[in-house]
Design a binder for this molecule. Structure first.
Ligand SMILES: *Cc1c(COP(=O)(O)O)cnc(C)c1O
Length: 484
């Protein structure tokens, strides 16, 4: 596609605004003024409409096609949640209103919504309190590990500088813990894809601050030893962190709080109806058990005896302070609240059930065609297979298969992640896809597997039907040109 500048024709005009009749006096100093007219594209209204409509069609989105990007939960989010987040009564509020004298009385509705959203998330996670302030999953992790650090420091237990992180954790876990000043001790997985308990035992000690568990882990499995792991870590004086970015796998069925976790973060922009991708905005709510409540970020909304709501700015001298301004991304929270109200307890439980069912359906259907490293276990909301059979037989790798899917109208699954699986293809169908969509995807995956045998060369050439063909991805990453 051409750039709009390349579609320019001298003197062509779209709308010509009427002259204002007001003498314009510029305050821009002479030295800073343009010497020549800005080289803007000269196009008609129709040129503009066509250009941007065609450009928008090059976008791939959940609204247009199936998007099985593992670990990302690219599910369909009902539009009504967007409408609710755009209600003027919410969008016209200034967050300072909640903090100035006399202000909270004017924003009782917003405060109640924050309070109620936190209560619902406490109920879903089994935690005592929740903060909605963090801006993303990783920001939530950072908040969570800072809370763990604050807890140990408050008790004078300052030698706990080590964070244990299984190698099946999401990559942001070690990054967040490192940023919070911890040393990372990786814990290997056992052949089942679970935490190796022997290695955990050896790693534990009085310098361990805690363990961060991604559950389900990045190979899509639920570690049934979680109770035992929690017991071991607690016995050694550490706290348990639950990476609940993918809570859509368990919500309504199990609660991190009941499983022994002390801190949990959730990705509102995965599980709770804010679209994921495009760079935000998101929210990474963090829930904590009783002993960590005093360290939560401020401000906090509390309910008074008379049923009204107030904001405590410095109600705790132990608070870690702010992780984001005010109450975080308020609109993201509104979408989550609307989503939870629509689904209700039963709906939330059902959504998780469908997410898991869909992933297991794909796994069962593809099991004869692709190699599944943990084939004997039921997976959670996503399944991980590999192209090892195809690689051995015809030298077609995971990247080729991902590119072949693009030609068939699909977004590629997550590839080469998790790192502990060779040639990984990580598929997350999500709870919102129908059986027909999944069946069509299975057909495409099978067709691709056939082509890997009959015409492996074609696999290396893919994609051939997309606006841009196979790219030099190393050059694209190392030599980024982000503007024309
Ligand atoms: C997506 C994800 C994260 C990170 O969330 P961001 O909002 O991208 O920072 C962390 N952990 C897991 C398991 C995830 O899937």
């Amino acid at each position: 596609m051409k750039l709009i500048y390349e579609e320019s024709t001298p003197k062509r005009r779209g709308v010509i605004p009427p002259k204002s009749g007001i003498e314009c006096q510029t305050l821009v100093p002479e030295s800073l003024r343009r010497k020549e007219k800005a080289p803007l594209p000269e196009v008609s209204e129709l040129d503009v409409v066509r250009h941007y409509t065609n450009l928008s069609r090059l976008n791939y989105s959940v609204d247009t096609n199936f998007y099985p990007l593992g670990s990302c939960t690219m599910k369909y989010n009902p539009k009504v949640n967007e409408q609710i987040a755009r209600l003027e009564g919410f969008t016209s509020l200034h967050p300072y209103l909640s903090l100035v004298p006399g202000g909270p009385e004017k924003v009782q509705g917003a405060l109640e919504t924050i309070y109620e959203t936190e209560r619902k998330l406490c109920e879903i996670t089994g935690m005592k309190a929740v903060t909605l302030q963090p801006f993303a999953g990783a920001n939530g992790e950072f908040t969570g590990v800072m809370l763990i650090a604050a807890y140990h420091k408050d008790r004078g237990d300052v030698k706990r500088r080590r964070m244990l992180i299984p190698d099946s954790a999401h990559g942001t876990n070690p990054a967040s813990a490192m940023m919070a000043g911890f040393e990372i001790t990786p814990i290997p997985s056992d052949p089942k894809g679970w935490v190796d308990l022997k290695a955990l035992e050896e790693a534990l000690g009085d310098d361990v601050a805690g363990l961060m568990l991604t559950a389900p882990n990045t190979v899509g499995l639920f570690d049934s030893n979680v109770g035992k792991i929690s017991e071991m870590v607690h016995k050694a004086g550490g706290l348990m962190y639950y990476d609940g970015a993918n809570l859509n796998a368990i919500m309504g069925h199990a609660r991190p709080g009941d499983l022994g976790f002390d801190v949990v973060h959730l990705n509102m922009h995965k599980t709770f109806s804010t679209p994921h991708g495009g760079g935000g905005p998101g929210a990474g709510a963090v829930g904590v058990k009783e002993q960590l409540v005093p360290f939560l970020p401020t401000p906090r909304v509390t309910k008074k005896e008379d049923g009204t709501f107030e904001v405590g700015v410095a109600d705790s001298t132990k608070s870690m302070g702010h992780i984001a301004p005010f109450f975080g991304n308020f609109c993201v929270m509104l979408k989550a609240y609307a989503y939870m109200l629509q689904l209700g307890a039963e709906g939330i439980r059902e959504a998780a059930g469908l997410a898991v069912l869909n992933a297991n359906y794909l796994k069962a259907k593809l099991q004869d065609t692709y190699k599944f490293p943990f084939a004997d276990q039921i997976c959670m909301h996503e399944c991980v297979c590999t192209s090892e059979w195809q690689l051995e037989k015809s030298h077609v790798n995971t990247l080729d298969i991902a590119k072949m899917l693009l030609d068939r109208g699909y977004h590629a699954p997550t590839v080469y992640f998790p790192l502990i699986v060779h040639e990984a293809i990580m598929i997350e169908p999500t709870e919102t896809e129908s059986k027909e969509t999944l069946d069509a995807f299975v057909e495409s995956m099978k067709e691709i597997a056939k082509i890997t045998e009959t015409d492996p060369e074609a696999c290396h050439r893919a994609p051939e039907r997309t606006p841009i063909g196979r790219m030099d991805e190393v050059a694209a990453a190392k030599n980024m040109i982000l503007k024309a």
